[in-house]
Unconditional design. Sequence first.
Length: 190
Amino acid sequence: MLGFRDARAEASAPGRPRWCDTNLDEAIGHVVAHIRQFRPDIVITHDAVGQLTGHPDHRRTHQVALLAVEAAGLAHLHPEAGEPWQPGALYAATHPHSGIGDLGPLLSGVGKSLLSVPDAYATATVDVTRWLDRKWAAITCHRSQLQGERPLPALLGRLDEELRSRILGTEYFTRLCMTPDVPGLGHLAP
């Protein structure tokens, strides 16, 4: 969260602005600095609907990532953030209609709406069952999300392992368009 507060968790960074309310240029500058420092080949962000529940921080992250990935390759934008670097691909984690499966009843059972995208939007599907232990360990690091009736991690934590594995075993992504090839910056075509 780059030191910003979670929109739904005041205790995550008391006294700091919510991530979804940050100044757009400031947020982009933070992410550009990280892209230029770590020089990733691929950046993965949330989809435009905020992944399943429309969390405002997830929607803001999508917006910032789109702009930061492009800005990171342009030397005149955020020059204080280091040497330009253009990732080769940008993907948005998403949930296609057909991939909702057991999540639909789970979320609707606690009154949450479910935001999914048409199946054609999912351009990559990845079986992550080999890494489910690591994935679940990463999810449970968000301790504030393991409490209460409605947070998705709390809901998943109350499921038997087989059902939770079925829900978490596949990841879906949409490859987002990148700018065309620019001499000296490498291949950027989708």
